[in-house]
Design a protein around this ligand. Structure first.
Ligand SMILES: Cc1cc2nc3c(=O)[nH]c(=O)nc-3n(C[C@H](O)[C@H](O)[C@H](O)COP(=O)(O)OP(=O)(O)OC[C@H]3O[C@@H](n4cnc5c(N)ncnc54)[C@H](O)[C@@H]3O)c2cc1C
Ligand code: SF4
Ligand code: SF4
Length: 595
């Protein structure tokens, strides 16, 4: 019986680019690999510059980004992902605007334009002073636009100051990063201006050549349960707003119940502890052991450590009110959360139990407040968000109006809002000038590394987060939860990077098929096969025909080297072992630029 052929892929430029998964998973395509390598070399400023190149919020990112780069990181195929976010935090502590130098970080941007732009006579109005609004302002300012940000509150920063609890993110870092962007003389920030109340949307359209809507999703929601209207039943986001922007609530006499299982629910629960609540219970439909909860592992572990009780797999039925007071939340065990098609369709058992508490907080989703768009002609989605007409430019149904951040794509990570702020800036520039919008492109060059070698024991180093200080939540009002890495620790942790831009390559003409590289590889990622054993589609057929004259001859006489990039640890032993130099380690140098 004929053996089934092994499916193979022939490497192309796109393949090599996709291999650097940290960069490919980052919404702003930050070259994490690049700054990790520079950190290992002790070139911290160069490393910081790489982290800041496509991201005006690198410092905040180093503290609270949801780190999609780490979720993509290939090191997790070996053991655990590199602590990419912590390394960025280490670098921004040394060179970000929080050092007091607001100007230098601005110079590291590679967004089109200049840090000292010439004004082009055009103006853009931005509604919302969150990270989407400020990123768009930053990128437009570089292109010479006069930009005005209209922000409802006296303090800019959006959910980074209103929602993210103050103990998780230093407000000094936020203020410094915003102040750095505000150094552009062609950016004006009008705080305390509520669009729709203090100025109409139509007035903004008249004042500016284009308008960017970046108002986020600041409205919380309640589920219409019996008892939900009671005065001790709150919206989690409003509680967080007070916690961060006004005064902390006194919850010392109230046991708290939080409904919801996402990151915001954990922020509410952990902040309730910091307001002195003697008991905090979190209840959600999603089951942790089935990976249904959306709250990150970090939040779940942190919540548990601080004393939050997680009631996962329990659906809320009623808020029980007795003698006019909240007695608790009636819940039932979940039978299922999603139906066979993966659609949200929860089913609960009939039996109930009471989670006792005197305060209930809803953290079950975010909504918008777009009353100012009434009669504006801008179309909405069924969810009540602004409809994006062109995903590439973020233009709405009105050509002069653009939208970005949470209000365009729903609640996501803050770095997604940063990415859309940049995209909208390019879209607006394209709309006003008629030029095609630019996006980040990589130029790839290949160089052989004859001296390359890396002791494979580096794969024994384990992932180490920045240590958390032991905390009693009620005593931790300010940001102080992590200990800085010493330089050596940062280098060691950055050195866990597998350097996914380096690859073994093989030159068939001088290979003597000795198999030395296959034998020496500690990760068993090389194997040699005859051509008839593999299926490489049309690409392989074309190559084989070029080399052997026909596929039939190639199948009878030819060999291929198979390489499993998931297992390769880039030790270089294959190249060192090769007696003819057919196997080499090659580096793909990437140059990022907008084109
Ligand atoms: C509690 C909480 C915790 C979070 N934690 C994290 C985290 O740890 N990591 C992470 O990556 N992401 C986190 N996020 C998500 C992240 O904060 C958001 O994705 C991001 O802030 C969205 O940015 P934005 O600019 O679209 O909107 P926002 O940050 O919401 O900014 C919108 C701004 O518009 C202003 N505005 C609204 N209406 C008007 C108006 N009519 N006139 C003038 N101004 C107006 C608002 O006041 C606000 O300042 C969290 C979100 C929340 C709610
Ligand atoms: S191992 Fe290094 S280069 Fe590869 S994905 Fe992780 S951080 Fe990026
Ligand atoms: S570099 Fe070569 S020897 Fe080392 S793991 Fe990769 S393929 Fe194997």
């Amino acid at each position: 019986m004929a053996l089934e052929k092994i499916k193979v892929e022939l490497p192309t430029d796109e393949y090599y680019e996709a291999e650097v998964k940290c960069r490919n998973s980052c919404p702003v395509s930050t070259d994490a690999r690049g700054y990790l390598m520079a950190t290992v070399a002790g070139k911290y400023e160069e490393a910081y510059a790489i982290s800041r190149a496509t991201n005006p919020f690198a410092s905040i990112c180093g503290k609270v980004c949801g780190a999609p780069c780490e979720k993509g990181c290939r090191r997790s195929d070996v053991d655990e992902a590199v602590v990419i976010r912590n390394i960025k935090g280490f670098l921004t502590d040394k060179h970000g605007p929080e050092t007091g130098d607001l100007k230098t970080p601005l110079t590291y941007s590679i967004a089109p334009g200049s840090v000292e732009p010439e004004l082009n006579g055009k103006s853009v109005g931005i509604i919302g002073g969150g990270c989407a609004g400020y990123t768009c302002a930053h990128d437009l300012a570089r292109l010479g636009y006069s930009v005005t940000i209209y922000e409802r509150w006296e303090k800019s920063g959006g959910q980074l100051v209103q929602g993210v609890p103050v103990n998780r993110l230093s407000r000094k870092v936020v203020a410094d990063e915003l102040a750095s962007i505000e150094l552009f003389e062609n950016i004006e920030v009008k705080n305390g201006v509520d669009v729709g109340v203090d100025i109409t949307f139509q007035e903004l359209e008249e004042r500016h050549d284009a308008v960017f809507i970046a108002v986020g999703l600041a409205r919380g929601k309640k589920i219409p349960l019996p008892g939900a209207d009671h005065e001790d039943v709150h919206i989690g986001l409003s509680f967080l707003f007070d916690f961060n922007m006004r005064e902390k609530w006194d919850l010392t006499k109230h046991r708290s119940i939080v409904i919801g299982g996402g990151d915001v629910a954990f922020d509410v629960a952990r902040s309730a502890l910091r307001c002195g609540s003697p008991d905090v219970q979190l209840a959600c439909l999603e089951r942790e052991h089935m990976n249904e909860m959306t709250g990150s592992l970090e939040e779940r572990e942190g919540g548990r450590r601080e004393g939050v009780t997680i009631n996962d797999g329990w659906g809320p039925r009623e808020i029980v009110i007795e003698n006019g007071k909240v007695k608790g939340l009636l819940v039932s065990k979940v039978i299922r959360v999603f139906d066979e098609d993966g659609k949200f369709s929860p089913q609960l058992e009939d039996e109930t139990r009471l989670i006792e508490g005197e305060k209930v907080f809803f953290a079950v989703g975010q909504g918008s407040d777009l009353a100012f768009l009434e009669n504006s002609g801008v179309e909405m989605t069924p969810q009540g968000w602004v409809k994006v007409e062109n995903e590439e430019t973020l233009q709405t149904s009105k050509p002069n109006v653009f939208v970005g951040g949470d209000i365009a794509h729903g609640p996501k990570l803050f770095i997604d809002a940063v990415a859309s702020g940049s995209r909208a800036a390019q879209g607006i520039h394209s709309y006003i000038t008629g030029q095609a919008p630019q996006s980040l492109k990589r130029k790839i060059t290949f160089t052989d590394l004859p001296e390359y070698g890396r002791d494979s024991v580096y794969v024994d180093d384990g992932r180490e987060e920045r240590e958390e200080l032991p905390v009693k939540p009620a005593e931790q009002p300010e940001f102080n939860s992590t200990v800085e890495y010493p330089d050596e620790k940062a280098k060691e942790q950055a050195g866990r990077c597998l350097e996914c831009h380096i690859h073994p390559t093989f030159e068939g003409d001088i290979c003597i098929l000795c198999g030395g590289c296959v034998d020496v590889c500690p990760s068993y990622c090389l194997s040699m096969k005859t051509v008839d054993r593999v299926d490489g589609g049309e690409a392989l057929k074309t190559l084989a025909t070029m080399e052997f004259g026909s596929m039939e001859v190639a199948e009878a006489e030819g060999s291929v080297m198979l390489f499993d990039p998931l297992k390769c640890i880039r030790c270089g032993m294959c190249a060192q072992k090769c007696p003819t130099g057919a196997c080499k380690m090659s580096v793909n140098e990437f140059e990022d630029c907008f084109a």
